[in-house]
Design a protein. Sequence first.
Length: 298
Amino acid sequence: MEIEWIEDFLCLAEARSFSRAASIRHSSQPAFSRRIQALESWLGVELVDRSTNPPTLTPSGRAFRGFAKGIVAQLYQARDQLRGKTQIPPREIRIAIAYTLSLTFFPDWFAELHKCLGGTTAKVSEMNVMEGASALMAGEVDFLICYHHPRLPVLLDLDRFPYIGLGKESFQPYSAADERGEPIYLLPGQRDAPLPLLSYAPGTFFIHVVDMLLLNAPQPYALDCCYQGQMSEALKAMVVAGNGIAWLPEKCVMKELIEGAVTPAGSEKWGTELEIRMFRCAENRHPVVERCWDLLTG
């Protein structure tokens, strides 16, 4: 296997087009396709579903994508270290964070942290949980901030990657509100009139949370998926427009709740509580990382 194959795969995952990815990689499309096939042959699984237009990643492809980013980052980091390059500015912390938390939680949290650390800068990368865990394991970031649920644990060795809790947040189904403040769509729905479900895309953390909640639903329900999106903000916009119901973190819809634009689409039994956790690598002894950790755990 060659690192070029992995870089080709990551480019294809972003471009979602064999011809566009081949152009970005300065390769002919046949040669590019052969390298993707060689990687699939080496792994023994199909990474790309070529029957769709545009091509999409298979479940194996989505899983490998997170590992692949970490593999490439670790290789280049090792090369730079061997060449004597300085990797991290002395007062910079590198943070991988869940997309939604980067908008709802991080700004105020970092403002308070910055007051205490003074002069520290943050290099923030929005990633899903799997990508963030891979980046942390590869040494690409100093901290991973993400949601956590005890039934959906982050797959990290807690001896090597300890965590601290930063807070908790409600995760509930929401609907647009009518002129009386009542939900347009109310769970559980009816078999002959299922409620339109605004769903998260496969592979996202929140889709697993929603699946878990529906598996343990308080009563039989009727839902019909009419939309899939990667981010809570996109689903919120669809909810506000009256397109259906979506499970969302409470902070994501706080403004809309206050304004009366949205309202819970069911009782609290349809939701759960998520913890916000921050992970680090215990082997990372960079001074600013140690100061930040000591401040938050002290």
